[in-house]
Design a protein around this ligand. Sequence first.
Ligand code: SAM
Ligand code: SF4
Ligand code: SF4
Length: 377
Amino acid sequence: MTLKANKIIPLADTRYASSVPVVPAQPVAATGLLSDTLGRPLRDLRISVTDRCNFRCSYCMPKEIFDKDYAYLPHNSLLTFEEITRLARIFVTHGVEKIRLTGGEPLLRKNIEALIEMLAKLNTPQGRPLDITLTTNGSLLAKKAQALKDAGLQRVTVSLDGLDDAIFRGMNNVDFPVADVLEGIDVARQVGLAPIKVNMVVKRGTNDSEILPMARHFRHSGAVLRFIEYMDVGASNGWRMDEVMPSTQVIERLHAEFPLTAVDPNYPGETAGRWRYVDGAGEIGVISSVTQAFCRDCNRARLSTEGKLFLCLFANQGHDFRALLRGDYTDEQIGAAVGPVWQSRSDRYSELRAALPADTSPADGTLKRVEMSYIGG
Ligand code: SAM
Ligand code: SF4
Ligand code: SF4
């Protein structure tokens, strides 16, 4: 059976448009050398394991929209662990070397350690283990860190927007105490989930007063603190440019107290700009997705909780791989469908942002931009 190209298929969950990838009549074997229209390879797969979260960060899942009536995905829509692992294995044949589990809050997905155990068994075609990591809000980390480590997770990224308890409780919007996240980071370190990265989204006027306290706290800790520019992702956070604190200003503020020197990237496509404290207290990063777009090297694809592949964080249309997983296809056939999808990719939203109208959704809302809680960071 061959499916028609780019046909929009209405699914049970119709919140985002999607098309079912075409399975070529003559499958072409994966070479690991896929390249999109801008010459970018496919290396990094981010997998959202749930669209639910126990926090309501205003920049991601504002309470007014993600309220008790919000329609989360029904359980049978979610990819099973077997489906996720099967797809991951197929993507690895196309060059994926790194997998990041995300959400929503990934530690809310029941028995997530079983999925990690399955993914940890995958190897690249060259026989190397995959780089497997997870991004979490840290609320359940103290409880889960040992099981995650035992399952084969190598390291973890924890989101933390401030140390001041009142500011932190205000930002997570569910009155969650900062002490519990700090405990989670400590336990993760003790069990060897290292190096730990700590992500702080900076919203001017809300938590920029926490830049220096966060730097002071994580200096000498071995954790790499990364300051993220507040992004216009999704369609519900009411983003305004004047609430974005450009990374250059974050660096200026830090440099005035703790002199910094720039460090070369670890690898092409690294999202964070790296800086090191001159006094040897460690490293920090800045993720300047708004003011210094890094689309040119973007080698990331994102798989939603229900198996739609998105080629950009700002995409409004996905590629429904669940339809293929639940259809009568072999791994080779599904693998052959991945190639044309990546090869036709031309996304570079952040580079084009300045030239776009503020709201790029059409009036009827059918091509609503995807939410971060749905495809993950
Ligand atoms: N719940 C987990 C967490 O918070 O770490 C994982 C999912 S969350 C969507 C992944 C990352 O996206 C977090 O580091 C979060 O701070 C970041 N994020 C969410 N909305 C954002 C926005 N509007 N701008 C910048 N970063 C954002
Ligand atoms: Fe939840 Fe993470 Fe989004 Fe905050 S950023 S609402 S913790 S998914
Ligand atoms: Fe990649 Fe899209 Fe972000 Fe550009 S805007 S870096 S293409 S995810």
